[in-house]
Design a protein around this ligand. Structure first.
Ligand code: COA
Length: 372
């Protein structure tokens, strides 16, 4: 048996959703650079799910479906009060709440394509409401109901703060959602596909994916980047802090990637946004520290930043709590997870690899009273 650690380079499926070829990321053949500048997140959801860009009426229909399904069942809203709330990370809350949501969907176990599409709409619509409601309830604030007249990005920011967001914030947030929407067979998407390939339901697939995204080597890296920037605290401290970490062979969060050789194409869009927003908020130090870290890590290790590195200072500049960064990644990536789940169901085969056993050879059972 040949073991490929971490399944590096292993091609586990065909897919028509997104591709990474020569360090270029495309969604259904559209370059991410093009979509980041021009597309709304809602258009991207449609693109990933239907593998074509929507017409105006198709987009309006999707917008309406998302708006009509954004409210949460009362039971899901109420259950947060049972948590030891100060200790619960919002990703754990999201994972639990999505699983719970499945209990209140009468179609949860209906597996025909139409029912699965309806559930995809419900999940995409409700996950932002879960994240924002939890974010407010843990601060003793009442959740803010979703509005039907706002875009997906604007509605999220509105539900989080209770105030209608500024245009620049909506533009930045929409761009971040577009950039995080899908990414070929990343760890959480693979998790979702493995789960539903047993013909388990969509709620199980998304719950499993959220669990995989939570880890610091995947989606959890954006929160870890902001923690690092806060610990460094100033431009003067940056060089010694990073060099010490590198000397201790510690990983610098937000750098490196399994697939990209010459850099993550999403990072440059977030870098530009970080520069713009940190200037506007009067906190340019976050951007300056980030570019200094980039210089050092790229120079020393030849590792370019990934999507998580500059998204940290972008979200911070939008006034978002640091532990909500990864749930925001989940809000966006839900669109990709759902696209992959629907694609997996279309042409399913159980995903079941092998392990090369390296434990002890054949042993004989000894009754417990005779064991030394
Ligand atoms: N900082 C410092 N060194 C890093 C590094 C980082 N962020 N990422 C990788 N390396 C080094 C490793 O230490 C290792 O060096 P070695 O060969 O001397 O031991 C080498 O690069 C390969 O790293 P490895 O962890 O095996 O690569 P991978 O393909 O398994 O991992 C990541 C990819 C993304 C998990 C990895 O780069 C990482 O942990 N990055 C930080 C977390 C992060 O930003 N995750 C978000 C990804 S979008």
């Amino acid at each position: 048996m040949t073991v490929t650690r971490g399944l590096e380079g292993v091609v586990a499926t065909t897919s028509s959703i997104s591709s990474i070829i020569d360090d270029t990321l495309t969604y259904v053949g559209y370059n991410i650079d093009d979509l980041a500048v021009n597309a709304s997140f809602e258009e991207v959801i449609y693109l990933l799910w239907h593998r074509k860009l929507p017409t105006l009426s198709e987009l309006e229909e999707l917008n309406q479906q998302l708006a009509e399904n954004a409210d949460l069942p009362k039971e899901v809203l109420d259950h947060f009060s049972m948590y030891p709330i100060e200790k619960v990370h919002p990703m754990a809350a999201l994972r639990t709440a999505v699983s719970l949501l499945g209990l209140y969907d009468e179609e949860a176990d209906k597996m025909d394509p139409e029912a699965n599409y309806r559930k995809a709409i419900r999940l995409q619509a409700k996950i932002p409401t879960i994240v924002t409601a939890f974010a407010r309830i843990r601060k003793g604030l009442a959740p803010v109901s979703p509005r039907k007249d706002l875009s997906f990005a604007a509605n999220f920011l509105y539900m989080l703060s209770g105030e209608e967001p500024k245009e620049i914030a909506v533009e930045a947030f929409n761009k971040a959602l577009v950039l995080h929407a899908d990414h070929e067979l990343n760890a959480s998407t693979f998790t979702a596909r493995v789960c539903v390939a047993t013909l388990s339901d969509i709620y199980s697939g998304i719950t499993a994916a959220i669990g995989a995204l939570k880890g610091p080597l995947h989606g959890g890296a954006n929160e870890a980047v902001m923690k690092m920037l806060s610990e460094i605290g100033s431009i003067e401290n940056t060089e010694s802090y990073i060099r010490e970490k590198l000397a201790n062979k510690e990983k610098i969060m937000g750098f490196g990637h399994r697939v990209y050789q010459n850099g993550d194409p999403r990072a440059k869009h977030l870098r530009l946004m970080s520069e713009k927003l940190t200037k506007l908020t009067g906190e340019p130090q976050w951007y300056k520290m980030s570019t200094r870290i980039e210089e050092i890590v790229t120079g020393e290790k030849n590792l370019p930043p990934n999507v998580d590195f500059y998204s940290a200072s972008v979200y911070h500049s939008l006034g978002i709590d640091h532990d909500l960064f990864t749930p925001i990644f989940a809000v966006s990536r839900t669109s990709g997870w759902l696209a992959h789940i629907l694609e997996q169901y279309e042409n399913n085969r159980l995903i079941r690899p092998r392990a090369d056993y390296i434990g002890p050879g054949m042993q004989r059972y000894i009754p417990i009273v005779q064991r030394g």
